[in-house]
Design a protein around this ligand. Structure first.
Ligand SMILES: Cc1ncc(COP(=O)(O)O)c(C=O)c1O
Length: 380
């Protein structure tokens, strides 16, 4: 991290450590979860007949419906928590980076509610492929600043947000969108997203009387994955992260930092990165803007290294096919990011015993992807 940001990161850590134990902050967060975000989000079992079509032999697949959270993805849990903290810290100006636009929309939403100025950095490639979310941010009163460096994707947006923070650190709070980046962000974001797993664990206990056999989530920066998985780490449930397999396993054709990357430092975190033999970060590729990041949160990297987290990949083609399948068989259009997790489960389905229960984080809804789906999928 640039030297100028170290005091700001220290201040943030101190403020977060006070807020997380403060009954006033916690009560306000609980109220906003319930009345603004619409929590708890339900878990929903995919109909048996649909799973049988894909070789299912009786196993159950449960979707944690983060697509039903306000603004359409899990990102709002984190954005509301951090924006509340910005307000407590007396910082009137909020900046954020966004890939799929979901974190940008979530932050713009929280800032509108709390009366904070909001500036969102977004890569020019992502602005094109996630246009509906750009319009939503404008409507919510946020300024979207296009980033044209690099691939014009998430990593470039994060670089630019950090540059802004260096220049405006006095009055600015950086709402980082994933469990990635410099400390204390990975820990703070994981804590704010853990509500997903806490709810899901209680809901599964109510539905089936035990924890599921596996908990599955897509992995971009890692916030929806660590959020749903953390309350299951101490159980026997398998933890399975699904990365963007993109066009294939060649360097630059995917965003599989855990599966195909190597250890390195990016954006203030020591973690797994897609990089070449010389240690240069390689621009990732994924059809889904939210998974298109060359790094991953350090907690997931540690869980994978220890063998607790299993890491799979789903390709662009599999994610697109799964999106259509889920839409037509369940009436749910998933975000392309979330479709990666469901695609990996569909692949596992024929091997799962009849009494298995799998919990999948359906991290967001697919309305933002209609442009990509129209372009990539053959007309019906
Ligand atoms: C719906 C959805 N799911 C998943 C992700 C990936 O982020 P993370 O790995 O932090 O959950 C994004 C990112 O934009 C997203 O919009």
């Amino acid at each position: 991290m640039p030297e100028t940001l170290i005091p700001a990161l220290d201040d943030l850590e101190a403020a977060w450590n006070i807020a997380r134990r403060d009954s006033g902050y916690r009560a306000e967060l609980r109220r906003l979860h319930r009345d603004f975000i619409g929590r708890p989000t339900p878990v929903f079992a995919i109909p048996r007949a649909a799973l049988a079509e894909r070789g299912g032999r009786g196993a159950s697949v449960w979707l944690k419906r983060e697509d039903l959270a306000h603004t359409g993805a899990h990102k709002i849990n984190n954005a509301v928590g951090q924006s509340l903290l910005a307000q407590r810290m007396g910082k009137p100006r909020v900046i954020a980076e966004t890939g799929a636009g979901q974190h940008g929309v979530a932050t713009a939403t929280a800032c509108a509610l709390l009366g904070l100025e909001c500036i969102v950095y977004m890569g020019s490639t992502d602005i094109e492929r996630q246009a509906p979310n750009v319009r939503r941010m404008g409507l919510l009163g946020a300024e979207v600043r296009p980033v044209t460096t690099g691939n014009g994707t998430l990593r470039d947006a994060l670089n630019e947000a950090l540059r802004d923070w260096v220049a405006n650190v006095e009055d600015t709070f950086y709402v980082l969108g994933s469990a990635a980046g410099p400390h204390p962000y990975p820990e703070m974001v994981a804590s704010l997203q853990e509500v997903i797993g806490r709810e899901a664990r209680a809901q599964m206990m109510a539905h089936i009387g035990r924890v599921p056999d596996a908990v599955v989530a897509c992995v971009g920066g890692g916030s929806n994955a660590i959020g749903i998985m953390r309350p299951f780490i101490d159980t026997a449930a398998r933890l399975i992260g699904v990365e963007a397999g993109g066009r294939g396993d060649a360097l630059g054709d995917n965003a599989a930092s855990l599966g195909l990357g190597a250890p390195g430092v990016l954006h203030g975190a020591f973690t797994m990165l897609t990089q070449d033999a010389a240690g240069q970060v390689v621009e990732p590729h994924s059809v889904s803007a939210g998974l298109d990041y060359p790094g991953v949160g350090p907690q997931l990297a540690a869980l994978a290294e220890s063998g607790r987290l299993e890491v799979l990949r789903a390709t662009d083609a599999e994610a697109l096919e799964t999106t259509t399948w889920l839409a037509r068989t369940c009436g749910i259009i998933p975000a392309l990011e979330s479709a990666h997790a469901v695609a990996a489960v569909l692949r596992m389905l024929p091997e799962l015993p009849a009494d298995a229960h799998v919990l999948v984080n359906l991290s967001g809804r697919g309305d933002k992807d209609l442009g990509i789906l129209e372009r990539e999928l053959p007309a019906p």
